[in-house]
Every structure is written in C-alpha cells, then in structure tokens.
Design a protein around this ligand. Structure first.
Ligand code: ASP
Length: 273
C-alpha cells in the first residue's frame, strides 16, 4: 500500500466564496480537510496544513520551508507527495522544487481555479487526480509534476495562461506529458534529455581543475535576474555566488558583472582572460 503525504499551502483550493458578498477568501481551516474522498487506489494518506496563504504571498522563505518538509518526507519513506497551492505562483514553486530536489519520489502540485463551494469547483477533483498520479508507478523519476484539469505537466515547462479558465495550465510547445480520465492515467511523453541531468557532473568532473579555480568566468546581470537564478544557471550554490562576489542582502543590479564558476554555461557568461 502506498504511503502518501498531502501538504496544503493555501490558494483558491483552500478558499470559500461568501454567498452574500461573492468574496472568495481563506477560511480558518482548509475546506478540503473535511471532504471525503473515495480513492480508487489503496493508499494511506497523511495530511498537513503547512501554510494557508494566497500564492502571491508565498516567498522564497516559504518555498524553502516546503522543500525542507518534502525532503524530510522523502527520508520518512513516503511514496509520493501532493502539494496544494494557489495557482498564481504555482509554476514558480513547482520550478523551484524541481530544480532543488533530487529524488525519484513523485512530487505533484495541484490547485483550483474555483473555490471549494463555487459551482463547478475543481479543487477536490484536482486533488483526487493529483493523489492518483502521485501513486502511479510511471510518475516515479518524472521530476515535479503539475496536475490540473485532467492533464499532467512538467514543472519545467508549465505556465498559467488564463485568469479564470480551468484549462489555464499549459506547456506551450511541449504539451502535457500525461492525460487523466476517470479510469486511467496515460503518460504520453518523458523529458528524455534533462538539462539538469546532462549538466550534473560525474564524481571526477565535480572536482574543479586548477584553471577553473583560478580563472572564473563573469556573468552580466540582466533585469529580472535573482541571486538564486544566476547561481542555479551557473551551477553554483547561492552561498558560493554571494561569497565570491561579496553580495549583501542578495542585492544585485542589471549590468553588474559577477564572478561565476569557470565554464558556467549560462547565456550571458563570458570567460575572463
Ligand atoms: N489568487 C489565488 C492564489 O494564487 C488564485 C488561485 O489559487 O487560483 O492564491
């Protein structure tokens, strides 16, 4: 029997519409905690309410906390993890988790476009599908997946495309990697070339050569860059990047030239002489 963990973080899936004012807001308790799900699979489900935040309020601090809880859950032998999240920043959290957690355990993120008591509410339905995918053998080693509206998307390519339509999550160019219907889950494609895996150094490559240590490349900061993004693109930890450049409070500005690891493959890296 699969052992699954559901982590609630907030969003419309955790909200209710006030029938008199029409305002959609967070309730003290997640409305789905009281819902009864009839699962078509055998699984034991543990549920935790990590946060109850609208997703624009989710900061990197919350993302880190979520990541740490997931890593702990992996060490506690959970077979799959489902996260419920507001849809506005769902893709950011999904991408963050995908790029920072190395695991074969399925991590599925879902949300809802309609709150729990609205007509055509999609929360409970999406949650059920996310649980089914988390327990599915083909979800293993697929990275972080987003399950919404009967589709499965990779965290790497998915994006929210519409404010209210329930078919809002799309992966332009690639399309969904899987489809879900009442009785079956079909995985249709797999990312065969993962940039993450490709650039992961082998044991020996891990050791920087003397020339790499002494001759770092440089990276010119573009607008919209963050320390985390640059560190990730250049295959460095945030600490390495911050201490190499004496960055204070993670503050960087467009046009700033940063020293990065030699051989970093990010777009606007140039080698120093
Ligand atoms: N504003 C909500 C949020 O992202 C929207 C949603 O969940 O769909 O928290």
């Amino acid at each position: 029997m699969k052992k699954l963990l559901i982590l609630h973080t907030g969003g419309t899936i955790a909200m209710q519409e006030d029938p008199t004012t029409g305002v959609i807001q967070t309730k003290l308790h997640h409305p789905l905690l009281e819902a009864t799900l009839s699962l078509p699979i055998e699984a034991t489900i543990h549920t935790e309410e990590l946060f109850n935040l609208p997703s624009p309020h989710i900061t990197p601090f919350h993302m880190l906390q979520l990541k740490e809880r997931i890593q702990q859950a992996i060490s506690e032998d959970f077979d799959g993890i489902v996260i419920t999240h507001g849809t506005d920043t769902l893709e950011e959290t999904a991408f963050f988790l995908d790029t920072t957690i190395e695991t074969s355990v399925p991590i599925i993120i879902t949300g809802a476009m309609r709150s729990s008591n609205e007509l055509g509410s999609d929360g409970l339905y999406n949650l059920l599908n996310a649980i089914r995918v988390a327990a599915h053998p083909e979800a293993v080693s697929m990275g972080v997946l987003v399950v919404m509206n009967d589709e499965i998307h990779t965290a790497r390519y998915v994006t929210k495309t519409h404010t209210s339509n329930i078919a809002t999550f799309l992966s332009p160019t690639l399309g969904p990697v899987g489809l879900i219907n009442k009785n079956h889950i079909f995985f249709l494609q797999k990312l065969v070339v993962s940039e993450k895996k490709q650039s992961a150094p082998s044991q020996n490559q891990n050791k920087p050569s003397q020339s790499q240590v002494t001759k770092p490349s440089t990276y010119t900061v573009k607008s919209g860059d963050s320390v985390w993004k640059i560190a990730h693109e250049c295959g460095m930890s945030m600490n390495e990047l911050v201490s190499l450049n004496g960055i204070k409070n993670n503050l960087i500005f467009p046009g700033q030239v940063l020293k990065v690891k030699a051989g970093a493959k990010a777009e606007n890296v140039s080698k120093s002489e």
